[in-house]
Design a protein around this ligand. Structure first.
Ligand code: 5AD
Ligand code: SF4
Length: 471
């Protein structure tokens, strides 16, 4: 979960009603926010990044953990106060919380004008119009499950990078997870649609595409295609340098996909493959569909086939019934796999999930916190060693922007998705540059610019030295 992101106000219709669009949660939400901004812009709206100036405040929300919802509720509390003095203001909650709670949200928050679920994003601009015209309160939570994207190229936040939704929803039975409830069943987009969108984005200056899906590596399986096939097709797209995809499910990881990653240099050397736990007993209770041994086997296959591939993983601590032994198995998995990034969470029971009411949340919060702190310290030491081992290595990096902490610094990512900061001219944003690692902390890699890389196709060789795994 990320903090709320207030998207940089896109160019809107000057003088039109001003919208503040806040996005909480995952990358899928960020892309949904982008699409909503595009539709609103077309509908004659303008944008602002301040509550006080906004005529319309929309929040793209996340339900994955209790805390994520808390944050939205407390913001709604503040907005309700603001609205008391400005009754014309329109407030809308979009996305996962709207899908999960629907009309209950309107009951709880009299100041709220409408909710629109994860499949109702295409109607948001019309819903705002309706509320403004009629002052009605609207619950829209039963949109079309088919994935249709109408993208306005003019409001893309990054010139050289873009996300493409390839599948929405999730059919997995993970007992802790609310996503199948909030985003509905898994629906893949057609290969033709995806490639058309990719072509349009590349023609508009995009050099890195990230394919998004809740279980992205299950893409196309109902239609007899596979993510590997899509990677090969994108590999052939001239002008495109990099293709990422997230998030992959270990159960859907097979050899043809690993082969496709190995054969497609643009696919990079990175995989987000959440294990969730290192204990097969816990994985069974979570209904993940694989054992810890199978997870380790996949990692071995990946590393054998794609030397230097880096893995990111999500872990949940304190799942019901987690003993010290289960927890130690997770820590051991982390020591063995040595993730380049790890997203560590305390289990948060979610209403409506298979575990809700069936598996008692029996790990005390203090113990969850202690286990989380242990894994954070472990991951920090893994990253520190990994980063130190990378000193002197060279990396081709796509520059993403200015560092928030230090304005003089830029940051970008290599093919293995390592974030590297360096001092450089702001004109390098959206360009590929060559860096050498000169310093690091557990969280940060610091590079020195060598020379601007030719803006040709991605070369795995160029960053072959980049990701010497610390194994
Ligand atoms: N509690 C804690 N973490 C969760 N995640 C999903 N559901 C829960 C929950 N109920 C984590 C998983 C998932 C990531 C996006 O969020 O690790 O991979
Ligand atoms: Fe949730 Fe599991 Fe689907 Fe991931 S695969 S979105 S954790 S149900």
């Amino acid at each position: 979960m990320n903090d709320a992101v207030v998207s940089p106000p896109p160019p809107g219709t000057e003088g039109g009603p001003r919208v503040l669009l806040e996005v909480f949660g995952c990358q899928m939400n960020k892309l949904d926010g982008e699409l909503v901004a595009g539709a609103l812009r077309k509908g004659g709206y303008d944008f602002t990044d301040a509550d006080e100036q906004a005529d319309v405040v929309l929040m793209v929300t996340c339900s994955i953990r209790d805390q994520a919802e808390h944050r939205v509720h407390s913001h709604l509390g503040e907005l309700a106060k603001l609205k008391a003095s400005r009754p014309d203001m329109v407030l809308g909650v979009l996305g996962c919380m709207a899908s999960r709670e629907g009309g209950d949200l309107l009951k709880r928050w009299p100041a709220l004008d409408f909710v629109a679920g994860t499949r109702d994003f295409p109607s948001v601009s019309r819903l705002v119009d309706e509320v403004r015209a009629d002052r009605t309160r609207i619950v829209a939570v039963d949109g079309d499950p088919r994935v249709s994207e109408t993208r306005d190229l003019a409001v893309r936040p990054h010139k050289a990078r873009a996300f493409i939704t390839v599948a929405r929803g999730c059919d997995k039975p993970c007992t802790y997870c609310v996503v199948p409830r909030t985003r509905g069943e898994e629906v893949s987009r057609s290969k033709r649609d995806i490639l058309e969108e990719a072509r349009a984005l590349v023609d508009d200056g995009v050099r890195e595409i990230t394919l998004l899906g809740q279980t992205v590596n299950a893409w196309g399986r109902h239609e007899g295609s596979s993510l590997g096939e899509l990677l090969y097709a994108l590999q052939d797209l001239s002008g495109l340098d990099r293709v990422r995809f997230t998030t992959s499910h270990p159960e859907e990881m097979d050899e043809p996909l690993i082969d496709a990653m190995a054969d497609c240099p643009k696919a990079g050397m990175f995989l987000h493959l959440p294990p969730q736990s290192g204990s097969s007993r816990m994985l069974r209770r979570m209904a993940r569909g694989y054992t810890a041994e199978r997870y380790r086997e996949i990692v071995q296959q990946l590393r054998a086939r794609i030397p230097g591939v880096e893995l990111a993983g999500d872990i949940i601590v304190g799942f019901p019934g987690e003993t010290d032994e289960d927890f130690e198995l997770t820590a051991q998995l982390m020591r063995d796999v040595r993730f380049s990034q790890a997203f560590l969470f305390r289990y948060s029971p979610r209403p409506g999930t298979p575990a809700w009411g069936r598996l008692e949340d029996d790990v005390p919060d203090a113990l969850k916190r202690e286990r989380l702190a242990t894994l954070m310290a472990l991951q920090s030491s893994i990253q520190e060693a990994r980063h130190t081992a990378m000193h002197g290595t060279r990396h081709q990096v796509l520059v993403e922007g200015r560092s928030r902490r230090d304005e003089r610094r830029l940051f970008g990512r290599n093919l293995a998705s390592d974030r590297i900061v360096f001092e450089g001219d702001p004109s390098l944003v959206d360009e590929l540059v060559e860096l050498e690692i000169v310093d690091s902390t557990p969280l940060t890699l610091v590079g020195r610019q060598l020379a601007a890389a030719a803006s040709g196709s991605a070369s795995r060789a160029a960053s072959a030295t980049s990701t010497s795994s610390a194994d």
